[in-house]
Design a protein around this ligand. Structure first.
Ligand code: NAD
Length: 248
């Protein structure tokens, strides 16, 4: 027996020839990475991410950035994908979804096997020089930080190295423009684990003709969505995948 809303979502997915997924921090809480806004567990309750992860702190108070914000970024590196990431990777392989657009920087979609992933808030694999643009492994920044080189400097031009993560005050990377263009042409967008509060990503659902939301808490788009499923991403996406597999 499956829930009515899961059934409705499956019907919508079956009818669509161009389905995309937009994910947020909530999809990774079951992998042990706290999101921003969940009551009691969200990072917002412990630190102010707007301060810990801001370009102004990175440039003006690098010691503070490397003590708090950078540690938070590194803490994601050992996490493993959960059932939700794996279900989405399977759905891509089966041709059910075309791409995952993620606000996350934890690399878990790629670890689960998703091939087409747009990282609209950057990633925690690399850093780059703010002067010459040279890319380096984020581990280089970690090593330099451990050796007391704060801020870490580029070996080629001595410019400041920074993580390739979008921080408060930064522009979004090219992946966001690509996401904007593909959402414009999609038939269905499935939003998973995002409160949809951070602009401009929060505008993407407005451009999709049909929207399914899978989220534990409320989102800013619930009242406009076609189907809203309140539940844990791992459980709901596994149910949806099981249902869709019956049809194949
Ligand atoms: P958010 O914290 O604003 O919202 C997360 C939402 O997910 C909440 O509404 C919550 O109810 C829901 N949720 C929590 N656990 C869930 C689960 N198991 N199943 C389904 N829903 C669940 O996150 P956001 O909208 O992504 O915005 C926060 C910003 O911070 C984004 O840029 C995000 O990428 C970044 N961030 C990323 C990570 C990460 O990479 N894992 C972690 C924290 C924050």
């Amino acid at each position: 027996m499956i829930d009515k809303s899961v059934k409705e979502a499956c019907e919508m997915i079956k009818k669509s020839n161009n389905t995309l997924v937009l994910t947020g921090a909530g999809i990774s809480t079951e992998s042990g990475i706290p999101d921003f806004r969940s009551p009691n567990t969200g990072l917002w309750e412990k630190i102010d991410p707007m301060e810990a992860l801001s370009t102004s702190i990175l440039l003006n108070r690098p010691e503070k950035f490397y003590k708090k914000g950078f540690k938070m970024l590194l803490s994601m590196s050992d996490a493993k994908p959960n059932k939700a990431h794996i279900a989405l990777a399977n759905m891509e392989e089966m041709g059910i979804i075309k791409a995952v657009i993620t606000q996350n920087i934890d690399n878990l979609h790629q670890k689960a096997g998703s091939k087409y992933v747009l990282e609209v808030h950057g990633n925690t694999r690399t850093g780059s020089c703010m002067m010459c643009g040279k890319k380096v492994d984020l581990k280089i920044l970690e090593q330099k930080n451990q050796n007391g080189e704060i801020p870490p400097k580029c070996n080629s031009c001595n410019g400041i190295l920074r993580p390739d993560v979008v921080m408060f005050g930064d522009q979004l990377p090219e992946d966001f423009n690509t996401a904007w263009n593909i959402v414009n042409k999609c038939e269905l967008l499935i939003v998973v684990g995002s409160s949809l509060t951070i602009a401009p990503v929060s505008y993407l659902p407005q451009m999709a003709p049909r929207v399914i939301i899978i989220n534990l808490g409320e989102t800013s788009f619930d009242r406009y969505a076609d189907v809203v499923i309140k539940g844990k991403a791992g459980k709901v996406l596994t149910k949806i995948l099981d249902e869709l597999r019956k049809e194949v």
